[in-house]
Design a protein around this ligand. Sequence first.
Ligand code: ADP
Length: 258
Amino acid sequence: MSSDVLGEVNDDVAEWANEKIKEIKELQSKDDFRKEFVGNLSHELKTPLFSLQGYLETLQDNPNLDIEVRDRFLERALQSSERLSDLVADLDEISKLESGNVPLQLSRFELITLAKEITESLEKSAGKNCIQLFVKSEPNQEIWVLADRKRIAQVLSNLVVNSINYGQLNGTTKIRFYDMNDTILVEVADNGIGISKGHLPRLFERFYRVDKSRSRHEGGSGLGLAICKHIIETHNQTISVRSTEEVGSTFAFTLQKA
Ligand code: ADP
């Protein structure tokens, strides 16, 4: 009996030790994640902040600057400050979503109407890049879903904006809908620069970018897809991507039918 008791104690201790090792590993990986996040964040804030400072200092040091040059510098300073405020807005959104404090405002709404509203609002910026936006639907077709309309608008908008930013000249972006029994599958497909296979698994991570210099130049925060994933997963739905370099990318997510 006594050897049984000792054996059991031994097993319990071994089990406890294993659990503690697991807990420590989890804490370490959370800490690594936090460090990486803070590092990424300060890096992202630095670029627009330094450029804003640079323009303002030049303006202060050269009070007699040519009016055209001065206006150009002011315009660029304004762009940098807009970039900073976009970044802060995206961070605010992601931290709200992660805290789970902001409940979804679920309602029944018609999805094709929403998709058309989004493409219409982005037509001008698509036009600048010579990209055409299409919502593929039948005449008088209606698709009713149960979701948070404002947040789904944000998902669609982020995906369409990306298709414009990473599109090719004279490209097209198409939004399509597929009936999948209980859910509707929404696809945003472009024929843009595409993404190589190696990048796809990490694409939805915060601050992950395929080409850092390119996206920074175009002013993305690197948080758009992370926000999309959060919103769709909060709806208990899924989002995915398939893409081929130089051919194009298709982002797809599901929504519950109403
Ligand atoms: P960003 O602000 O950099 O656009 P996102 O989270 O929206 O951040 O996207 C992350 C990265 O995924 C982008 O930097 C880009 O490299 C890549 N990406 C996103 N959408 C597309 C697309 N439609 N075509 C090609 N690459 C894309």
